[in-house]
Design a protein around this ligand. Structure first.
Ligand code: NOJ
Length: 536
């Protein structure tokens, strides 16, 4: 990998590099069972280096009954046989490091699987030593659940356990009992899990569902949500006042950060789904929490010029002084980017992601322009379809395998039965075809990542907003003697934009203007974006 310009020496790797999220079951199958695995990821490291990303985050591959895609963990320190062995993992880690790639794991502190031995002990009797590692409460005096708290995945968040006659709490599935972070013993055990992987050499963690870590100890009912309407997620019926973002959460994240900081040069990334102002507290203050609490603005905002401009500005205004920004366009829980914003906008989105100030995260397949793949009822895997009673809650369409080439299993698998369907061969062109097509979305991503790497202003430079006009989103990046202008046409019509002074086009989304000199006016075609550098 190319050396970084000395001007960027002050920035940490997690500030400079582009992150790439891998959904391991769908990335590359190496043993013909139809599911991706760790050896498969290892085989594709050359692809990631070719693309130019500098860090990978891999979703859970730990021992799991796979009730919730592996987020239901039965052993934090072992690999599920579906994904391979510990040897496969250490080989992957070594190979990634040998190529200069950082590797970040998913850490799931909110809950385990109900098959975790800790839960087996905890549920066995009221007075066993791990009883308080989970959240157990007596029934409400009326005999029902202790409070009105709802699961994110449908129904009550309490399940009665006949063995001891108490309810246990689960923010997600009944098969995912919540851990009790108020227990010092549990905290120590979870810190040791972190140390186990950090000692092996992983470069950090993406911490799952972290705003769910603590609930009100008085078990107060969540209040009704006056804005609730049909079409919203069922648990939006109540405002999560007592079940999310409780004050003690910060203290416990501080504890995780202390453990991480026992090891040099690691990163802690938080899955923080909260209104922006509250999410910012997850950076910490005097006591640091996350290096990067995820910023989901580009997913949550409507995809139009004014809304995106407002989302960028709000984030800039609320970001604490020393905090480093980050940007996410998609992940395994959301509708595929190309489906959400439309094929026409995927190039503009790529340019936006690579030119905003902050660490970019790419979800695997978005660099190809993958659209939601239709998954029939019989092929459904996502448990939410069952627990929430409707196919519209399925996340399967965003989790389908990567199509590497045009062979029968698309280079993903030798099996006739991939775990989820591969989708149409034109959704989108496969990796091999896009690699040979200079004009593909994939090659645009690659060139944008390369440009970012060699352009200090794109990494460390300030972002200076410009007025929006109709569908044109514009901003400049200033730094280290460079002045760059980014202009993105987020609409389907041509627009003219004005340049003062002389500029040189560095790259455009359609790849046919690089090197052109611009002064005065320039017409941006529908869905066209450009990056230009000031010459005078
Ligand atoms: C967030 C993860 O991204 C999602 O896939 C999972 O179902 C929930 N947390 C529960 O772990």
């Amino acid at each position: 990998m190319a050396d970084h310009a000395p001007e960027q020496a002050g920035l940490a790797w997690w500030q400079r590099e582009v992150f790439y999220q891998i959904y391991p079951r769908s990335f590359q199958d190496s043993n013909g069972d139809g599911s991706g695995d760790l050896a498969g990821i290892r085989r594709r490291l050359d692809y990631l280096c070719w693309l130019g990303v500098g860090a990978i985050w891999i979703c859970p591959f730990f021992r799991s009954p796979m009730a919730d895609g592996g987020y239901d963990i039965a052993d934090y320190c072992d690999i599920d046989p579906l994904f391979g062995s510990m040897e496969d993992f250490t080989e992957l880690l070594d190979d990634a490091h040998a190529r200069g790639l950082k590797l970040v794991l998913d850490f799931v502190p909110n809950h385990t699987s109900d098959r975790h031995p800790w839960f087996a002990e905890s549920r066995a009797s009221r007075n066993n030593s791990k009883r308080d590692w989970y959240i157990w409460r007596d029934p409400h005096p009326d005999g029902g659940p202790p409070s009105n708290w709802l699961s994110h995945f449908g129904g009550s968040a309490w399940t009665l356990d006949e063995t001891t006659g108490q309810y246990y709490y689960h923010a997600f599935l009944a098969a995912e009992p919540d851990l009790n972070w108020r227990s010092a013993g549990l905290r120590a055990a979870m810190h040791d899990v972190m140390r186990f992987w950090l000692c092996l050499g992983v470069d950090g963690f993406r911490v799952d569902a972290v705003t769910n870590l603590v609930e009100d100890d008085l078990l107060r009912d969540d209040p009704p949500n006056p804005d609730f309407s049909r079409g919203m997620f069922p648990d939006a019926k109540f405002r999560r006042v007592f079940t999310r973002d409780r004050p003690e959460t910060h203290e416990f994240i501080g504890g995780m950060r202390d453990v991480l900081d026992e090891f040099p040069d690691r990163v802690l990334i938080g899955e923080v789904h909260l209104p922006l102002a509250r999410a910012m507290a997850y950076y910490g203050g005097e006591r640091p929490y996350f290096h990067l609490p995820f910023n989901f603005q580009l997913i949550e905002s409507p995809w139009d010029c004014r809304s995106i401009s407002a989302a960028i500005d709000q984030y800039r205004m609320l970001l604490p002084g020393s905090a480093w920004p980050n940007w996410v366009l998609g992940n395994h829980d959301e509708v595929r980017l190309a489906t959400r914003i439309g094929d026409g906008q995927t190039r503009v989105a790529a340019m936006l992601l690579m030119t905003l100030r902050g660490t970019p995260f790419i979800y695997n397949g978005d660099e190809l322009g993958m659209r939601k793949v239709p998954v029939g009822h019989r092929q459904t895997r996502d448990v939410r379809v069952k627990t929430m009673g409707s196919h519209r809650y399925s996340r399967d369409g965003a989790r389908t395998p990567i199509r590497w080439d045009s062979s029968p299993g698309s280079g993903f698998t030798d099996s006739d039965c991939p775990w989820l369907p591969l989708g149409e061969s034109t959704n989108p062109e496969d990796v091999a075809r896009q690699q040979t097509d200079r004009n593909s979305l994939l090659n645009l991503y690659r060139d944008l990542i390369a440009l970012r790497r060699e352009t200090p202003a794109l990494i460390g430079g300030e972002l200076v907003p410009l007025p929006t006009c109709r569908d044109i989103l514009e901003y400049e990046r200033h730094g280290r003697g460079q002045r760059l202008r980014i202009a993105l046409n987020m609409g389907g019509k041509e627009h003219r934009i004005a340049f003062d002074g002389h500029w040189r086009v560095m790259i455009t989304t359609f790849r046919d203007r690089a090197g052109e000199t611009v002064s005065g006016r320039l017409t941006l075609r529908p869905h066209e974006g450009l990056i230009a550098e000031a010459r005078s």
